[in-house]
Design a protein around this ligand. Sequence first.
Ligand code: ZN
Length: 815
Amino acid sequence: MAQRLGGSIGRDVADDTFVVDGALSNSWTMDGDDLLITLPGDTHEIGIDTEIDPSANSKLMGLYASNGMLCTQCEAEGFRRITFFPDRPDVLSTYTVRMEGPADKFPVLLCNGNEVAAGEGDNGTHWAEWHDPWPKPSYLFALVAGNLVARRDTFTTMSGRKVDLAVWVREGDLSRTEHAMESLKNAMKWDEETFGREYDLEVFNIVAVSDFNMGAMENKSLNIFNTKYVLADVETATDGDYDAIEGVIGHEYFHNWSGDRVTCRDWFQLSLKEGFTVLRDQLFSADMGSEPVKRIEDVRVLRSVQFPEDSGPLAHPIRPDSYREISNFYTATVYNKGAEVLRMMRTMAGEERFRQGTDLYFTSHDGEAATCEDFVKSIEQGAGLDLTQFRLWYSQAGTPKVHLTLDHEGDTATLRFAQTVPPTPGQPDKKPMPIPLKLALFDRKTGKHHGEQLVILNEAQQSFSFDGFAEPPVLSVNRGFSAPVAIEREVSSEDLVFLAEHDDDPFARYEAMQDIVVRHLCATLAGSLDDAQRNSGRQAIGAAFSAVLGDAKLDDLMRGELLILPGESYLAEQMLIADPAAIRAEREGLKAWLGQTLESQFVDLHERARAVPGGTSAEAKGARKVKSQALVYLAAGNPGLAARTASAQYDAADNMTDRQGALMVLTSLQTPGRTHKLLDFYNRFKGNALVIDKWFALQASSLHPNVLEHVKALAKHPDFTLKNPNRVRSLYMPFTGTAQGFHAASGEGYRMIADLILALDPLNPQTAARFVPPLGRWRRIEPGRAVLMRKELERIAAAPKLSRDTYEQVTRSLD
Ligand SMILES: [Zn+2]
């Protein structure tokens, strides 16, 4: 019987290190990177000695060195870079690991499970043996060795077991781990209360690592985190950073059940663990903070990242059909759309029945490598839903479009729906899918609706009638964003203004505000408005903004959301072919007009918010949020005033949210104070890598006309390195969102990103491949720029020795 063991550690097994049942053996051959073992019978004990050099591992997959410590990242296929192994998620094994090394360099030795023995060795060495009783796939293996300190705490589970918790960091960082620990304890409690999931080992460790390709990794009982999602104090982390840490800590912890106890049969099922766990972390964050604000933030991410993905060359279903490199499928589609698909099941079933479905899933598949189909079946049985047609959400890519009209006759309102799922690569024809839409019909006079309804569209065309409306009602639809679809409808701006003022669903209110702006900007960009229409459109937007600014019943966290204009990428999505420069100009023009027209209200808002005492209360967070929003509009409308206000905010700041908000505005302005404050920020936080990442990102994302030159210069800064993924992302990822930089008409921005991909690919292909999608959008960009983008993709494709990661993304983008 031949057993194939995956491996890409770069060399063969040495002749004298392959042992079968205690004796040297030569019953093996190499097939490319894989080791083939041919042995009779079913059971043997195999020993392989492997020598690896973690310090030479720049891909940061497998076992690698970072800042003097050794750590691992094995998902998806990193374990085979440590040793030859059947490196597949459905091969579940129990692991016993012995680590040994110099005690002075590596005083802390951590692995999955519990430490079962430890001791001193010769010549200043020490060792530790760890055992994880839970069978797990190799991608959940983890090991850490280094000079680390821990914040320690305990958690008592619902059945009364005590768990030792530790957050491990480098010595100077200990004071910045309090929030991470609090978040962990909150997550453990929340998962017991909300999903009935209890932790199952004596210890739970989190380790922060500064060189990391991803956000964090859910290795069984030894989560390894990017420092970005662990370290925080008010001086160095924004409110957004605090929220992100809480969300990611929750996410990785929740994987203990949705991912570790029940894992994936193969990587096509990635959304089984990721979509589910994203939904769980979204619900957790909503419960810890403001539910409506969290929902709006999640939808904004979906629309700005996943919708473009779903309409571009890299579109794929949440359960992909094929891949060359699985790293390329850790996408917004698998994660965020995956979560939306599960959320729809929850909406259709209701919370309680959905919980019965997830309970059934956990109990019936505990200890197994399961599939998306297993999950759907559990929800069907446990929640009592028929999901036959709903399964299409797993296999069809593309964002469904729902066209709707509202007719009124007598006292009956009739809604007519038509749904289409656009063609995507490899999927020219689609079938109608079940789309749960929450809606409400408002009485114009009373400003009240007749109760929220849930309608489920499951045909290409459908209509629903509602009685009791003497006057045509105002329709509020897709409330709470109940389905991840694009709604197309004829609606008057009066109705949108009505909803922006009266809708009792916070998301729908936000949506109405967005809609007013999107419709206006798209019509202006299409050239379909005359001056008078353009003017009245702006007046309507101004009135809606003014109402939001003056609404005393709104909390500031929500007000801050309502004041955010739809993003450039979302606006581009509304058009078949987009001109990034025109979108930027029109959006900025509107911002400037609002800043000028509502200047005194924005000044008042800033002043009122400045008077709110600091701290971590929702009120204080809301005040900081609207302060930054006010500055953004003032900067567009009255740069001189904004520069003075921002400088004062910067100088007075005792927290990173205020400081970064002020610096963001200053960085975009052509003002003498700009350089001074950037320098001050740099000197103040020199040596703090995460804050210096912000310093890079602020300059690379700015509205400043010279952003391209700035980024070019920053790439030569002594603090810049291609070896640290956070640093690379902080400089170049924000840059890909700049109309005047990345989309510079000369093509220089595209060339810069292509050069980056080519330079980074040999070092860290996973991170390099992440920069391909911005160039891959060429088909939806105006022809002049599209040619230049395509040219850069072709230049990358022609490079010799391209990694599998980058090659796959580039060829799919060109096809
Ligand atoms: Zn995850």
